[in-house]
Design a protein around this ligand. Structure first.
Ligand SMILES: [Zn+2]
Length: 299
């Protein structure tokens, strides 16, 4: 991965966090237009921060195709393919066929982002349920784990997952921000939990701090959800900046504090969990720059 000296010069010193152990960012929206011009530099900063693997979220058909293409092109990237509940109204048979095809690609490691979001209902709840149910079936068909989104819909999500759980391999509720009872409902279903910088937010994340230690270490993974959810308690110099994977160590440090464990241990355990969950060690890595001794060929 190349970077220009100019871009490095623009990197604020305060952004130079470095995790004591390699991290996997399981939710990075690198198809977002804000990364269009400096993706290489962004990945370089992630490497420097010891964020060594990233799962690029695919949240609609165009985004999922883009995410899969990025994962083909850049060594540390993997992709998910799914339709976010906000876009659920667009779900149809052609989209289902296109998703199935994407989910067969070797670097697409999960079905999602999919689920339920009754917070803003950008798609009607019945459309959300229909699209979600179809994607649960896709996960069963492919055997891939699910990358789930849930906001203000824990009760219905639990009902639907209870019906499907026996047929699914694995599932992670990404960016979990709900209540303790919902968390334990997910844990009882043997689900994994993703944590973002939400708990760095003293206004709306404080409840999470009280029970984030309830999540067993082998079911917890970490993510930025960048460019969204910039941690609110960053050093002043970084306020207002775009969120990016290089900031993940800051979130891990905060999470480790509220779980009462060391940053290094949390980094090590979450990475072990993410590599197992997404089966990263089974993904072929040929044909990408940096993965072969010759390098240089673009996919
Ligand atoms: Zn989400």
């Amino acid at each position: 991965m190349s970077d220009t000296p100019q871009e490095n010069a623009l990197l604020p010193e305060a952004l130079r966090f470095q995790s004591p152990a390699p991290l996997v960012d399981i939710g990075a929206n690198l198809t977002h237009e804000s990364f269009g011009r400096d993706l290489e530099a962004t990945l370089e900063r992630a490497q420097a921060a010891n964020v060594t693997a990233l799962i690029v979220t695919g949240a609609d058909l165009e985004g999922a195709r883009h995410a899969a293409a990025l994962a083909e092109r850049h060594a540390p990237l993997y992709a998910t393919a799914g339709v976010h509940p906000h876009h659920a109204s667009a779900w149809n048979a052609e989209m289902e066929a296109a998703m199935l095809e994407l989910q067969r690609q070797p670097r697409v490691v999960a079905v999602g982002e999919c689920g339920l979001d009754f917070n803003r209902n950008f798609s009607a709840p019945r459309d959300q349920e229909r699209a979600f149910e179809a994607q649960l079936a896709l996960a069963v068909e492919s055997g891939l784990p699910l990358f789930l989104h849930e906001r203000d819909a824990g009760k219905r999500m639990l009902e639907m997952l209870r019906e499907w759980r026996d047929h699914l391999s694995d599932a992670v509720v990404h960016c979990f921000t709900g209540e303790r009872k919902t968390l334990h409902g997910y844990l009882d279903l043997d689900l994994h939990i993703g944590q973002t910088g939400w708990l760095c937010d003293e206004r709306r994340g404080h409840h999470l701090r009280e029970f984030v230690a309830d999540i067993p270490a082998d079911r917890l993974m970490v993510e930025t959800d960048c460019p969204y959810l910039l941690p609110r308690n960053l050093p002043a110099k970084l306020k207002g900046r775009r969120h990016e994977p290089a900031l993940l160590p800051w979130i891990v440090k905060e999470l480790a504090h509220w779980r009462g464990e060391s940053e290094a241990e949390l980094a090590r355990r979450t990475t072990q969990t993410a590599r197992r969950f997404f089966r990263l060690d089974n993904v072929p890595d040929t044909g990408r720059p940096g993965s072969a001794p010759t390098g240089g060929a673009s996919a």
